[in-house]
Design a protein around this ligand. Structure first.
Ligand SMILES: *[C@@H]1O[C@H](CO)[C@@H](O)[C@H](O)[C@H]1NC(C)=O
Ligand SMILES: *[C@@H]1O[C@H](CO)[C@@H](O)[C@H](O)[C@H]1NC(C)=O
Ligand SMILES: *[C@@H]1O[C@H](CO)[C@@H](O)[C@H](O)[C@H]1NC(C)=O
Ligand SMILES: *[C@@H]1O[C@H](CO)[C@@H](O)[C@H](O)[C@H]1NC(C)=O
Length: 296
């Protein structure tokens, strides 16, 4: 099995504002375990679209990317080929755009968190037909990230403005199950779900870069502390992706960090730190796992 990593960087600070290009980087990691893996090379594609978010679809083996200017989802192949998969222009979503995407490969669903107005929707991963949509005024702001528990289909959405995580079901009309609060009430970014005996989510606080572990059943919140010399685990930013249950890819400025858990995510340390690209900030990252290994 090979593990690849892809990220989006927003180069707009360096290009004229008319040119909404995003860079997609594909980073190839070798080795079956994250600890023995190392970066071999990076490929850069320039994608002529404004994108906000990225997820890997292991069924069709392509990336799914959300638009930051419209309610549109694209697929991006390893070779950088872009295709529009869906554009969900519903009557009350004028001005809507995609804040975050997640893939439930067990239930074959694509989960999309929309901004303006905030909502979350589930689509069939084959036909891209909408299954369910749920407005989320409780977020009190735009969504920061979305993750799905593939064991039971429960979906977690963070607020980019408040320290709030909503747990919802996207069946029938959809329903809010619980609301978890992080005490200092700062905006949250990316979220990932880990299937475990005691399942949990990991959430990144955007302004501080702190990572919180929240029990997905009991809502108990604990900060993941640094086991290294520095008190800070990672700098500010929102993009994270699960690399394995015990390692997390975190995008920070121009760098991609691989954080390694102590086993329970009470503490974690920086396992690798790679600079990719130039002065542009990472806006999204995704990790791809493939069965066949074509890379030497
Ligand atoms: C959200 O929509 C309102 C009008 O519906 C608009 O004024 C506002 O600029 C939009 N915000 C963003 C971030 O697009
Ligand atoms: C769209 O608007 C209708 C009527 O205001 C509301 O009932 C429905 O929940 C909204 N849907 C979404 C996805 O926001
Ligand atoms: C992180 O903080 C620095 C300095 O305040 C700021 O320039 C940068 O835009 C922030 N990055 C993110 C992703 O919020
Ligand atoms: C990662 O490396 C960069 C230099 O390439 C450095 O500035 C940054 O502090 C490092 N981050 C961590 C968390 O080690």
């Amino acid at each position: 099995m090979s593990i690849h990593m892809a990220g989006l960087q927003d180069p707009t600070p360096k290009l004229p504002p008319m040119l909404p290009f995003f860079f997609l980087f594909l980073l190839f990691l070798l080795g079956p375990t994250p600890s023995s893996a190392h970066y071999s090379y990076a490929v850069r594609y320039t994608i002529p679209l404004r994108l906000s978010s990225l997820a890997w679809d292991p069924i069709d083996e392509h990336y799914l990317a959300g638009s930051s200017v419209g309610p549109t989802i694209y697929s991006i192949s390893d070779a950088g080929k872009v295709q529009c998969l869906l554009s969900d222009i519903s009557p009350n979503s004028t001005g809507a755009f995609v804040a975050a995407v997640a893939v439930d490969d067990v239930c074959h669903r694509l989960i999309v968190a929309f901004s303006n107005s905030s909502s979350v929707a589930a689509y069939d991963l084959r036909s891209y037909r909408k299954i369910c949509a749920l407005p989320l005024p409780q977020l009190d702001g735009a969504p920061g990230g979305v993750a799905v528990d593939t064991e039971n289909g429960e979906v977690f959405v963070t607020s980019s403005r408040r320290g709030i995580v909503l747990k919802v079901r996207l069946d029938g009309d959809g329903s809010l199950i619980s609301e978890y609060e992080i005490k200092n009430d700062q905006g949250l970014g990316g979220v990932v779900h880990v299937n475990d005996q005691n399942p949990y989510i990991l959430v990144r606080q955007t302004a501080t870069g702190k990572i919180f572990k929240i029990g997905s059943k009991d809502g108990i919140v604990n900060e993941v502390l640094s086991s290294g010399k520095s008190n800070m685990l990672a700098p500010n930013g929102s993009a994270i992706a699960l690399h394995s249950d015990l390692s997390l890819t975190v995008a920070a400025n121009q760098n991609l960090l691989l954080l390694k858990s102590d086993g329970s995510w009470s503490r974690a340390s920086v396992n690798s730190n790679t600079t990719v690209g130039d002065q542009n900030q990472w806006v999204a990252v995704a990790v791809a796992t493939k069965q066949e290994d074509n890379f030497m």
